[in-house]
Design a protein around this ligand. Structure first.
Ligand SMILES: *Cc1c(COP(=O)(O)O)cnc(C)c1O
Ligand code: SF4
Length: 396
């Protein structure tokens, strides 16, 4: 089909695919599938199969790659801490030969996690103390964060909510959801509800719809957004049924947690295309992580790849001081230097905001290179991206 024909199709209809995605398994997906002798390529497409077969134990992962002593101790020593959990799809992105693989560093525990630095906290963003009812965090005047479950497909080793995520609770009780709806109903200043967790996309479509429908029925709720990492760690979850359901509740926005261009596979592109074609604008959230994305070139490449799949870079987060995360954290100057290398050097849309969630519960504070050289009542001396100075004279 030539491009003109594509354009002439009604926007809402093109690319809405009802059949199973015809995405061929990559050689590494086929390699990982072989470790599940009873499974077929159809199972691989099934997000429920992927969730049920998440890799959680040392003996299973040790077949797929040779573990380093640090990983051996990390996986074995996790104890009561955040469990390891990797969907077979996401595990297929791991380079079995490279302990520094960016997918591996995010998903396989190292023994560094067992060391707790003095500045680290169990709840670094102070969410629990801003929680008026179970599941809600109400910190900003006009919007709330609604943590609808405690389970994710993959547990990110630097997770800021490691105090609450794990495989205990895939859903909350109806009474808990109803109490949250009541709170939002009685606070008319809330115009924006951010559904997160855990990962809300681990829920069945019907439960997710129950949550969204109840929120949208509240008059003062102007829109909802979904925060998820599943389009990255388990893109098979983004089915045509899911996006068709979400489309009914437009406007819905989605914030997706992406950390590296390597995560943007054909399956992820397919999933994001489906989301965008159903009128759901997407933003990205990226955690700045040592050895994973802590240099300007890697970050710029990620931002460019995101724009190509219609995801607008939204935030880069300074890594929170969660327990056992020192090996992931970078000095603030690293993030500021990345911002300096983006602004002016690439498309404005490719430049997110770098923020730090102020430890203890202060909320997001934006951090930026300083472009003001000096200022007084009359004028401001500015420095542009290239380092040249310019003066702006204030009006009287
Ligand atoms: C991040 C966050 C939000 C949303 O913030 P935005 O800047 O509007 O994306 C809302 N509530 C809490 C508690 C948050 O941490
Ligand atoms: S997806 Fe989010 S909540 Fe879940 S483990 Fe990763 S960072 Fe934590």
């Amino acid at each position: 089909m030539n491009p003109v024909d594509t354009l002439s199709l009604p926007l809402t209809e093109h690319k809405i695919v009802k059949a199973k995605p015809k995405i061929k398994l990559t050689p590494s997906e086929k390699r990982v599938l072989k470790y599940f002798p009873d499974a077929t390529e159809i199972d691989w497409e099934d997000w429920r199969w992927q969730l049920r077969h998440r890799i959680k134990t040392k003996d299973v992962i040790a077949q797929m790659m040779s573990l380093t002593p640090q990983e051996e101790r990390g996986i074995g020593g996790a104890g009561g801490k955040l469990t390891m959990s990797i969907p077979p799809y996401f595990a297929s992105l791991i380079d079995p030969e490279d302990p520094q693989c960016v997918i591996r560093l995010q998903s396989v525990p190292l023994d560094n996690e067992l060391e707790v630095a003095p500045e680290e906290m169990k709840d670094p963003c102070g969410e629990d103390k801003n929680s008026p009812v179970h599941g809600l965090v109400h910190r900003y005047p006009d919007r709330v964060l609604f943590l609808v479950n405690e389970m994710c497909a993959m547990y990110c080793r630097y997770c800021t909510r490691s105090r609450m995520v794990g495989d205990g609770k895939r859903t909350l009780s109806t009474a808990t959801y109803e109490a949250a709806f009541d709170y939002i109903r009685s606070h008319r200043e809330i115009r924006d509800v951010l559904i997160s967790g855990g990962d809300p996309l681990t829920l069945a479509d019907s439960l997710l719809e129950y949550i969204i429908k109840n929120l949208k029925a509240i008059k003062h709720v102007e829109f909802v957004r979904i925060g998820s990492r599943i389009p990255v760690t388990l893109p098979q979850r983004v089915t045509s049924e899911l996006v068709a359901m979400l489309k009914k509740y437009s406007p819905i926005w989605m914030s997706i947690h992406f950390n590296h261009a390597k995560e943007i596979t054909e399956r992820v592109k397919y999933a994001c295309n489906l989301i965008a074609d159903h009128g759901i604008p997407m933003g990205s959230q990226t955690v700045l992580l040592k050895g994973i994305n802590d240099d300007p070139a890697t970050m710029k490449q990620l931002m460019h790849e995101l724009l190509k799949i219609r995801v607008r870079p939204y935030y880069i987060y300074q890594c929170d001081p969660i327990l056992g995360s020192r090996h992931f954290r970078t000095p603030i100057s690293v993030g500021i230097n990345i911002m300096k290398n983006l602004r002016g050097f690439t498309t404005g849309y490719a430049v997110p905001t770098f923020v730090i969630d102020a430890p203890g519960g202060g909320g997001k504070v934006p951090l930026s290179p300083n472009y003001i050289v000096s200022q007084d009542d009359d004028k401001v001396v500015l420095k542009n991206f290239a380092g040249d100075e310019y003066t702006y004279y204030n009006p009287d």
